[in-house]
Design a protein around this ligand. Structure first.
Ligand code: FAD
Length: 414
């Protein structure tokens, strides 16, 4: 069994890793050494989906931006995601996030054309709708009790006979299902790279392999960053470093804790003669999700292991995920196993990402802690950060609840 800590082959029209690096370097070489004083108006630290979406939005507004990534674009958690844009299906820790999820999903659909015009890259974004199936009336009642009625407006109830007509590949014993037609999914690595490439096409500089990044702060004001290649001055720094965001913040006395929640996933493929049994839309069940992807694979996830940072995949996880998935889609038993991988979600103490200004230090912004929904929330995060850099306050945008300043100096919520 192939076990991948990070990076899944997605292969629609996204370039391979090596091609991608070459493409990145062709317009914006990562310098081997910085001579003299180097300056950028805004520096984004972190080349995952969040950092790349921010760079994309800033560049599209004509702002000068440099993104620095310690390894490679989409080398972190973003490479492990299922890529669901599950705005109508996920439970969100705050009503603002529920609305933001919806807005972000729609924004991503709008950005798709701009991205493809700039880069010719296909990010595998599709709006096929999700199905949430139930074994029994009692399972349905429990689900309804847990959900907030307003979050269920975009869904249709399908009884057993409708389910059997519409999705013949689903377990025929299914009691009924909600169909959520607006739900979408994307290839996360392709989207991350496409954001970076588009940003670059609009003038952003994207530097990979930048080691030893530290924030440079003087008199409670951001002055820039130091790196193994030298120093770069700037006006704003956006920390979009996912799980490692708290380490960077800690260096300058800002406590915005994040904690790891490991997730394991598997990929399968249906042989040509079995395609009638292949799901053509995402199954988002209580115990498992099954996501048919634009590259022909079907991704199944995911476990949730708080406190775990390693990238190993247990046999137990593979067995459990395959067991749950083949209950809902029996044809999965005949599919080919491709690979399994694990990634680590960046969580926060209250389940809400840190997005916005860090009041203690002028010019310092946080954009991390997106937990289970960083792919979904990437587009709106980029827009919010760009709005703030243009002078809007969190109050004006309506996102005070996401402000890093909700934590005190010890990382305890105020
Ligand atoms: C199994 C699994 C399934 C998931 N499924 C979904 C899903 O279906 N939909 C969804 O919306 N979300 C999903 N997620 C969550 C999603 O993957 C994350 O929320 C998202 O990837 C976080 O993105 P990020 O850019 O904040 O972090 P990352 O992708 O980790 O990017 C951070 C980057 O910062 C870089 N970095 C860190 N420190 C430094 C430094 N000091 N200097 C320079 N660079 C630095 C890292 O190298 C990394 O590349 C899933 C996650 C997992 C694990």
């Amino acid at each position: 069994m192939e076990q991948r800590g990070m990076g899944q082959p997605e292969g629609v029209t996204a370039p391979s890793c090596d091609q991608h690096r070459l493409m990145m370097m062709s317009t914006s070489d990562t310098p081997t050494e910085l001579r003299g004083v180097f300056h950028a108006e805004t520096i984004v630290v972190g080349g995952g989906i969040v950092g790349c979406a921010i760079a994309f939005e800033l560049a599209s507004r004509g702002q000068e931006v440099l993104l620095v990534e310690q390894s490679e674009i989409a080398g972190g958690t973003s490479s492990a995601a299922a890529g669901m844009l599950a705005a109508d299906s996920e439970d969100f820790a705050h009503p603002i996030l529920a609305q933001a999820a919806y807005d972000s999903r729609e924004l991503l659909h709008k950005q798709k054309d701009q991205i493809s015009a700039l880069t010719d890259m296909d990010v595998g974004l599709r709006r096929s709708g999700f199905i949430t199936p139930f074994r029994s009336y009692s399972d349905l009642s429990q689900y309804k009790d847990k959900r907030n009625a307003s979050s269920d407006s975009g869904q249709h109830w399908w009884d057993r006979s409708k389910v059997q007509r519409e999705v013949a590949w689903l377990n025929r014993e299914t009691y009924g299902a909600y169909y959520k037609p607006l739900e979408s999914e994307v290839l996360p690595v392709s989207l991350t790279r496409a954001y970076a490439r588009s940003a670059q096409m609009m003038g952003a500089r994207i530097w990979e392999g930048v080691q030893d990044v530290r924030l440079l702060v003087n008199n409670d004001r951001v002055r820039g960053i130091t790196t193994a290649k030298g120093e770069i001055t700037c006006k704003h720094v956006i920390v979009a470093a996912g799980l490692q965001g708290d380490l960077l913040m800690h260096q300058v006395g800002v406590t915005l804790p994040s904690s790891p929640v490991k997730g394991e996933m598997i990929a399968i493929r249906f042989p040509a003669e079995q395609t009638a049994y292949r799901p053509d839309r995402t199954v988002y069940a209580e115990d498992v999700y099954i996501v048919p992807k634009a590259n022909g694979e079907v991704w199944i996830g995911a476990t949730s292991l708080p406190g775990r940072k390693d990238h190993s995949v247990s046999a137990n996880c593979v067995q459990r995920l395959l067991g749950a998935a083949s209950y809902w889609v029996p044809g999965i038993k005949e599919a080919d196993f491709l690979r399994a991988w694990a990634g680590v979600r960046p969580s926060t103490p209250d389940g809400i990402p840190y997005i916005g200004r860090c009041g203690q230090i002028t010019g310092l912004y946080a954009a991390y802690g997106h937990f289970r929904n960083g792919i979904l929330l990437s587009a709106i995060t980029g827009r919010w950060i760009a709005d703030m850099l243009e002078g809007k306050s969190a109050e004006e945008i309506g996102i005070e609840a996401l402000s890093p300043d909700r934590m005190n100096r010890r990382g305890v919520m105020l």
